[in-house]
Ligand binder design. Structure first.
Ligand SMILES: Cc1cc2nc3c(=O)[nH]c(=O)nc-3n(C[C@H](O)[C@H](O)[C@H](O)COP(=O)(O)O)c2cc1C
Length: 207
């Protein structure tokens, strides 16, 4: 299984990056997880001709080719960081590779709550018609006290959290497979979502 992990911040010292790097090593027997950075991507603007910068296109291509996506988000002011929101705006404005893609949300914070509010926001965002990601339901991985969560080799030192992560990752792998099967068998209006436009959306419509 080929997954990509998006580091949801432009911070150089991110513990969310450490979490994804740990997952990439820890789950290497079950999946290949390529950790992708967003810190080099420009802030979203509405480009003429909807042409995204090359770096954005490269990320979109990786998402399109992957079996699933893991997004690790910090929490800033009860929501996701602006840098992550900007990338999601690029994704929704251009080739929309998250449509029907399996997504696992995880998050790490320095405090106790482990990004619970940011994750709830991210779920809502990923439900927009141009994103329409298939987010693993009813399971959250919240890593609090993330500054002391990793040792010098990058291992997650909280045994209870490693166990939780093992369980949710196994659930996600099954979810990816079931979702792929579903998408093969049914047309979930993917093309309709790819063409969706807020300019022409009707007020009483589903969106
Ligand atoms: C601007 C700003 C706002 C923050 N807001 C919250 C918040 O609402 N809730 C929270 O638990 N932590 C908050 N924090 C603390 C973050 O959890 C922590 O600084 C860090 O971003 C965790 O992610 P990282 O290690 O990947 O950078 C905030 C930090 C910053 C810089």
């Amino acid at each position: 299984m080929n997954l990509i992990g998006i580091v949801g911040t432009n911070s150089n010292t991110s513990t969310n990056r450490k979490l994804l790097q740990f997952m990439s090593k820890h789950f290497s027997a079950q999946a290949q997880i390529e950790v992708c950075e967003i810190k080099h991507l420009p802030a979203f603007d509405e480009p003429e001709g909807r042409q995204a910068p090359q770096e954005v296109q490269e990320l979109c291509e990786k998402i399109a080719a992957a079996d699933g996506v893991i997004i690790a988000t910090p929490e800033y002011d009860h929501s996701i960081p602006a840098a992550l929101k900007s990338v999601i705006e690029w994704i929704s404005y251009t080739t929309r590779p998250l449509i029907n893609k399996s997504v696992l949300i995880v998050g790490a914070s320095h405090g106790l709550l482990g990004t619970s509010r940011a994750q709830a926001h991210l779920r809502q965002i990923l439900d927009a018609p141009e994103l329409k990601a298939r987010v693993l339901p009813s399971s959250e991985f919240l890593l609090g006290h993330s500054l002391t969560a990793f040792d010098e080799e990058g291992h997650l030192v909280y045994a209870d959290k490693v166990q939780e992560l093992d369980e949710i990752f196994e659930e996600f792998r099954l979810f990816v497979k079931i979702n792929q099967q579903l998408m093969k068998e049914h047309d979930f209006k993917t093309e309709q979502n790819k063409r969706f436009s807020w300019e022409t959306a009707s007020q009483g419509g589903r969106f």
